[in-house]
Design a protein. Structure first.
Length: 386
């Protein structure tokens, strides 16, 4: 997409403007409007009324520079904002993402970096203006330890949610971002060759059309983006590309479920921070509860807390005498348990082995009812109840 017919507004302090390397922009493909403003200077909103994209300097040590981002978003909700930052920290990036920025660019600015980021942001914008929709709601599923059934819950919950919201215009999409041990394609019987790696390899060429072509659509209406077929080193993944994929998906769908890997990365922490709801799946074992407490501590240290972080206890035996019960679990993790699922290993195992949903084997099972209760709670938290 060409840059020459797009009004790009650049707002920098005198120091950063002097340090930038934008001489190539003169006579180049980028048409820039430059304004020099201090980080704490009020932002005249009339400067932006004709802008297609705004690039604005942000400094974590100057809170008013972050406040300007929020004010721009409220005044111009459809205006893409690129935050220009020196030595961007994860907490700052997380705060900016929550304020709805389209991307982050490193200071000092260079012509080549600015051109690349602008191309990516423009490519992600709708070419045809349609009915404006709000970004998708994102539900991330994480696990205390491997083997607690987080992927099972993600698949069953996302599939049932797609059925419950079949009338929604955008629909529901499930991403398997467990790059090394992703199993969602197997659980759902998805056999098509395209998967997440095709989106990762697409770079700036990715758009809504490509995303839709990679997604497999199930009879329930759920769209699925499977994990890569080959094991990928976690450090080989371009974090910016992951964010770009989810950003585009948030414009294509109404609801996004993300099944995240057990090992934390900067990009997985950022995605959890951007999520509207986080489901932490645990089971009633000492190892799982101990690690769940550590996971909750990590999330809290990153400013991720509150009732949108919900603990789900899987495989609960409804026995009179148990070594660990739900009350014990709450004490162990020092956090409330919002949801629990009955233990029915034969049913779950049969469904996963056949690549089908639980309801296809046994309708109205206890597990299905438990999942519906979770989804009703999700809708209540998201304000989607009638």
């Amino acid at each position: 997409m060409s840059l020459d017919n797009n009004h790009i507004h650049l707002i920098l302090s005198e120091k950063e403007l002097a340090a930038s390397e934008l001489s190539d922009a003169e006579g180049g493909a980028i048409s820039l409007t430059l304004d020099m403003l201090d980080l704490d200077a009020p932002l005249p909103t009339d400067l932006l009324k004709d802008s297609r994209i705004v690039v604005i300097e942000v400094d974590s040590e100057v809170p008013s520079s972050i406040d300007r981002i929020s004010k721009i978003g409220k005044k111009f909700p459809n205006l893409p904002i690129i935050a220009a930052v020196r030595n961007a920290s994860l907490p700052l990036v997380r705060t900016l993402l929550k304020n709805g920025i389209a991307d982050v660019i490193e200071l000092p600015l260079s012509y080549s970096d600015l051109s690349e980021v602008l191309q990516q942001v423009l490519a992600g914008m709708k070419k045809d203006v349609k009915v404006e929709t709000s970004p998708a709601k994102v539900i991330s599923v994480i696990k205390s330890i491997g083997g607690v059934g987080a992927s099972m819950i993600a698949t069953q919950a996302a599939s049932r949610y797609a059925e419950m919201h079949a009338a929604d215009q955008g629909g529901t999409c499930l991403f398997d971002l467990d790059l090394q041990f992703g199993s969602i394609a197997s659980y759902l019987g998805v056999n098509q060759p395209l998967n997440l790696s095709d989106l990762l390899d697409a770079g700036s060429r990715i758009d809504g059309e490509l995303l839709q072509s990679v997604a497999s659509t199930l009879p329930t209406g759920l769209n699925v983006i499977p994990a890569p077929a080959e094991i990928m080193p976690m450090e080989s993944v371009n974090a910016d590309q992951i964010y770009r994929i989810i950003d585009i998906a948030s414009r294509e769908y109404d609801t996004i479920f993300i099944d995240l890997p057990g090992n934390w990365t900067n990009w997985s922490v950022s995605l959890v921070a951007r999520s509207d709801i986080v489901l932490l799946v645990v089971e009633l074992t000492i190892a799982s509860l101990r690690q769940a407490k550590r996971q909750l501590a990590l999330l809290e240290s990153q400013g991720i807390s509150g009732n949108h972080v919900q603990v789900v206890v899987n495989r609960v035996e409804k026995k009179l005498f148990r070594s660990i019960n739900l009350q014990d679990a709450e004490k162990a993790i020092n956090y409330p348990v919002q949801h629990s699922l009955h233990n029915d290993y034969p049913l779950v195992s049969a469904a996963q082995d056949q690549g089908v949903l639980i309801d296809e084997i046994r309708r109205k099972s206890k597990i299905s009812k438990d999942i519906e209760i979770i989804l009703e709670s999700i809708d209540e938290t998201l304000g989607r109840t009638d």
